[in-house]
Design a protein around this ligand. Structure first.
Ligand SMILES: NC(=O)c1ccc[n+]([C@@H]2O[C@H](COP(=O)([O-])OP(=O)(O)OC[C@H]3O[C@@H](n4cnc5c(N)ncnc54)[C@H](OP(=O)(O)O)[C@@H]3O)[C@@H](O)[C@H]2O)c1
Length: 245
């Protein structure tokens, strides 16, 4: 493995994934908004076996910075085997319902900035005929629900974009992995009451690394979410619209 770029590397899920790659001696380029957290994660990964760790402060909504960031990452690592895109926010659904600006800003962060990186990066991977792009979408993108449809629709855009990208690149040696976590205990879900469906970042990271290793097209993590979402998708719209979830 020559190099792993992680966009949104301060995410709890991304950090748990990076720890697993570090144990294999991977080299990293980490990007995130919080310089102090990036530094702490980089130091931790070195102790855990990473062969090299570079980092860069990077706000995904600054689209003009995407291409130079990718250049620096590839130059620092001598090539990128794996690109993991992990950043995201969990919008306040009620606040979005009251504000077009807030709704569009959340969709910009959770969808537009997410598809911008693959648009740039996979063209390079296609030319090289190698590489894995893994993006954290969500089960929330499988069907819009009243309680979080701004987030869900952004994730649906990401999942559909990746589906098309995967088909386009199928014969080009580039693997596109869509990761759909269920409920994970992270800072993003700090205020939620937790129950038996919840997983830890470490448990989810195991599934994500396995999906990246195998090039699994769509990985639900944990795997049982595939069946939960199958049922959710099968509920007829006439009934679904009456439910509160
Ligand atoms: N937790 C869950 O239940 C769950 C379920 C399904 C999918 N997911 C997805 O999993 C991914 C990781 O989330 P998480 O659960 O690990 O939550 P998290 O620990 O809160 O991580 C979210 C990360 O996104 C970063 N971020 C937000 N906006 C950004 C921007 N404009 N530019 C750069 N970085 C930005 C945050 O950075 P700052 O620290 O600078 O804010 C933070 O590091 C997200 O895509 C999320 O939607 C999570």
């Amino acid at each position: 493995m020559s190099g792993v770029l992680i966009v949104g590397a301060t995410s709890a899920i991304a950090e748990a994934v990076a720890r697993r790659f570090a144990a294999r001696g991977a080299a990293f380029y980490l990007t995130g908004r919080n310089e102090t957290r990036l530094g702490a994660i980089a130091a931790d990964l070195r102790v855990r076996g990473a062969s090299a760790v570079g980092s860069e402060v990077f706000d995904c909504n600054r689209h003009e910075l995407h291409a130079p960031m990718l250049e620096r990452a590839a130059a620092a690592l001598g090539g990128l085997d794996v690109v993991l895109i992990a950043h995201g926010t969990l919008p306040d659904q009620k606040a979005c319902e009251a504000s077009v600006e807030r709704t569009l800003a959340e969709i910009a962060t959770n969808a537009l900035s997410v598809v911008a990186v693959p648009t740039l990066k996979t063209n390079r991977m296609e030319t090289a005929g190698a590489g894995t792009l893994a993006v954290i979408s969500s089960v929330a993108g499988d069907r819009g629900r009243a309680s979080n449809y701004v987030y869900g629709s952004a994730k649906a855009l990401v999942s559909t974009f990746l589906s098309g990208l995967r088909q386009r690149l199928y014969t080009r040696g580039v693997r596109v992995v869509t990761i759909k976590p269920g409920f994970v205990s992270t800072p993003m879900t700090r205020d939620f009451r937790k129950g038996f469906l919840w997983a830890s970042p470490a448990a989810v990271a195991r599934g994500i690394v396995a999906a990246i290793d195998r090039g699994t097209p769509v990985a639900y993590v944990p795997g049982f979410w595939r069946y939960i979402m199958l049922v959710v998708r099968l509920v007829p719209e006439r009934l679904f619209r009456r439910l509160r979830m």
